[in-house]
Structures are given as structure tokens and as C-alpha cells.
Design a protein. Structure first.
Length: 93
């Protein structure tokens, strides 16, 4: 996941990338708190990961997927938690 400065990117500044953080699996969807509104909170990002079949024990015919919550409020992003979710995560509130 890459955090970048849109003003610098639009102006052509090559140093528009602010920070990077690795997630453990392929991201299927990203959700930011209020990211689908005109006034996003901008403090947390949820990576709804797919293909994380090896992290959790099987609990039935489907295996849990994985979500990772990232604090994006400061200069440096921080991984806060990684936890299971039902298969095929597409949205979060």
C-alpha cells in the first residue's frame, strides 16, 4: 500500500510518495473510513485480502480470508491488526 501526496503528484514532483507498507496477501479491495463520502475521515485503511488460505484453520467448506487494518493518520503508516473474515470480502463499514 502506498501513501502519496496528490498535490505533489499533480505538479510533477518526483517525491510524491510519502510512505509504503507491505500487506501479507493479495488485496482484493481497499476501504478507507468514509472513503466513499465527500468527507472521509482518513485515519484508517482496511485491506480486504484474498487468497490467504494458509493463515487460518479450515472451518467448513470455505476457508477464511484475511483483513488487515492500517493506521494512515500519521506520517508513517502502521499495521494495527490482521484478522480473519468470511470468504470473498467486498465491502466493510
Amino acid at each position: 500500500v502506498v501513501k502519496w501526496n496528490i498535490d505533489k503528484a499533480v505538479k510533477g514532483d518526483p517525491d510524491y510518495i510519502v510512505d509504503r507498507i507491505n500487506v501479507h496477501y493479495n488485496i482484493g479491495h481497499l476501504q478507507a473510513v468514509g472513503g466513499d463520502s465527500t468527507r472521509p475521515a482518513g485515519d484508517y485503511l482496511l485491506a480486504l485480502n484474498k487468497l490467504s488460505k494458509d493463515q487460518y484453520l479450515p472451518v467448513g467448506p470455505d476457508l477464511p480470508e484475511n483483513q488487515e487494518i492500517i493506521d494512515i493518520s500519521g506520517e508513517q503508516m502502521k499495521m494495527l491488526a490482521s484478522f480473519p473474515t468470511p470468504p470473498e470480502p467486498h465491502d466493510a463499514t
